[in-house]
Design a protein around this ligand. Structure first.
Ligand code: GDP
Length: 174
C-alpha cells in the first residue's frame, strides 16, 4: 500500500437537506443514496487522487446531522484546509443561510487561509430554481469564495467542484 503525500481535510457545511451527504457520497463513491440518512454517524469519507503528480488523500467530513442545531462543533472545523459551503438552488432560505455558515466558519476555523467553495446543489431541478447563478456568483466574488453549481442526483459537476477545491488547496500547501 503506497502512502499518500498529502492529506487534505475538507468540511462540508450548509443547511440541512441541501444535499451535503449526497454530494459527498457521489464524490467518494460515485453513488447517489436514496436513503441518505443511513450515513448518520459516519464522520468522514476519503478518496485518494493524483494532483500535480502527488497522491492526495481527500478526507471529506460530513456534519452527520449536527447542522440541524444551526452550528457544528469547533472539532468539526479543526485542521480543515477547505470547506464546501452548500446551498440548494431551489431554496432561497438555504442560500441566505450560507452567509451565516461562512461567518461561523471564519469565526471558528483554526486556519485563516481555508479555501472555501460556494456550491449550489440540485441544479437538476431547473423548474423550481429560486437562486440565480449570477446572484450567487456575485456573493461568492464579494466574499472571496470559489463558486460552482452541481447536481448530486445526476452527478453533474460534482467531481469538477471537489477537484477544483482540492487543486486550490494543493496550490496553497505545495
Ligand atoms: P443533507 O441534509 O444536506 O446531508 O442533505 P441530503 O444529502 O440528505 O439530501 C437531502 C434531500 O435532497 C434528499 O431527499 C436527497 O435525495 C435530495 N437531494 C440531494 N441532492 C440532490 C440533487 O442534486 N438533486 C435533487 N433533485 N435532489 C437531491
Amino acid at each position: 500500500m503506497e502512502e499518500e503525500d498529502y492529506v487534505f481535510k475538507v468540511v462540508v457545511i450548509g443547511d440541512s437537506a441541501v444535499g451535503k451527504t449526497q454530494l459527498l457520497g457521489r464524490f467518494t463513491k460515485d453513488e447517489f443514496y436514496l436513503d441518505s440518512k443511513s450515513t448518520i454517524g459516519i464522520e468522514f469519507q476519503t478518496r485518494t487522487l493524483l494532483i500535480g503528480g502527488k497522491r492526495v488523500k481527500a478526507q471529506i467530513w460530513d456534519t452527520a446531522g449536527q447542522e440541524r442545531y444551526r452550528a457544528v462543533t469547533s472539532a468539526y472545523y479543526r485542521g480543515a484546509l477547505g470547506a464546501m459551503l452548500v446551498y440548494d438552488v431551489t431554496s432561497r432560505r438555504s442560500f441566505l443561510a450560507a452567509a451565516r455558515w461562512l461567518a461561523d466558519l471564519r469565526a471558528r476555523a483554526d486556519n485563516s487561509s481555508i479555501v472555501v467553495m460556494l456550491l449550489g446543489n440540485k441544479a437538476d431541478l431547473t423548474n423550481s430554481r429560486a437562486v440565480d447563478s449570477d446572484e450567487a456568483a456575485a456573493f461568492a466574488e464579494d466574499q472571496g469564495l470559489f463558486f460552482s453549481e452541481a447536481s448530486a442526483l445526476s452527478g453533474d459537476n460534482v467531481e469538477e467542484a471537489f477537484l477544483g477545491l482540492l487543486k486550490e488547496i494543493y496550490g496553497i500547501v505545495s
